[in-house]
Design a protein around this ligand. Structure first.
Ligand SMILES: [Zn+2]
Length: 221
């Protein structure tokens, strides 16, 4: 585990943005305060499961610990590039099965489809579930260039994914660590392991260039 002081995905404001303290009210009773959650595993880093992870049924833990996240992120980055062709924010995602095989790949198509739910993560999760004829995607790993938003983090939990691997943190909308920690909320009946920071600089610079270009374009108008 990397030193927590160098974790960009652990913003100073998380305590302000986070949920109420446990026991403060009836609604808050049983809630795990954000500060007690385990930070995402930094990459390259721990190859073993953190304590909070629930070993999924149906396959061995060892089989998935050697997945090549870096190569999978390369594929997700290529997908992110494709989003630029139709003016979408460059975010790409791939879904790996338990053996590490890529079983779905897509990118953000929100503008292209005029659909607020057409995030890369939603598209690969839906595609795979349709292909399998089963909404339960136990054993799968979501690899995405940007920290998933609350919608996609929720979908990952609802799909029973084993693991979420992301590149760049999203301090403004992250639902995996930056603002919320949906995949590890102990009130829900499933939790996902989280690995953060895979090829982070490449993922971040792609987004940075896109938004800088857009601001320049706005200025020219
Ligand atoms: Zn999303």
């Amino acid at each position: 585990m990397a030193d927590s002081t160098d974790m960009q995905c652990q913003p100073a404001g998380i305590r302000n943005c986070g949920p109420p303290e446990a026991g403060r009210s009836a609604e808050g009773a049983g809630f795990e305060p954000a500060r007690e959650l385990t930070p995402p595993t930094r990459f390259p880093g721990v190859r073993t499961r953190p304590d909070y992870a629930i070993p999924p049924r149906g396959h061995s833990v060892e089989a998935v610990n050697d997945l090549d996240f870096s190569t999978a992120m390369g594929r997700a980055l290529a997908e992110a590039q494709s989003a630029l062709e139709h003016g979408d924010v460059p975010v790409g995602a791939v879904l790996l099965d338990a053996s590490g095989t890529t079983v779905a790949a897509d990118h953000n198509r929100r503008e292209e489809h005029d659909d607020p739910t057409a995030h890369a993560e939603m598209l690969v999760i839906s595609r795979r579930a349709r292909d399998l004829g089963d909404w339960r995607l136990t054993g799968h790993t979501l690899v995405v260039t940007l920290e998933p938003c609350p919608m996609c983090a929720g979908a990952a939990v609802w799909a029973r994914l084993d693991r979420i691997v992301y590149g760049a943190p999203d301090p403004k909308a992250g639902g995996v660590w930056s603002l919320y920690n949906i995949p590890q909320d102990r009130r829900l009946n499933h939790r996902c392991e989280v690995v953060a920071g895979v090829r982070e600089e490449e993922c971040s610079s792609l987004l940075r260039d896109f938004f800088e270009g857009r601001r320049r374009g706005d200025a020219d108008r």
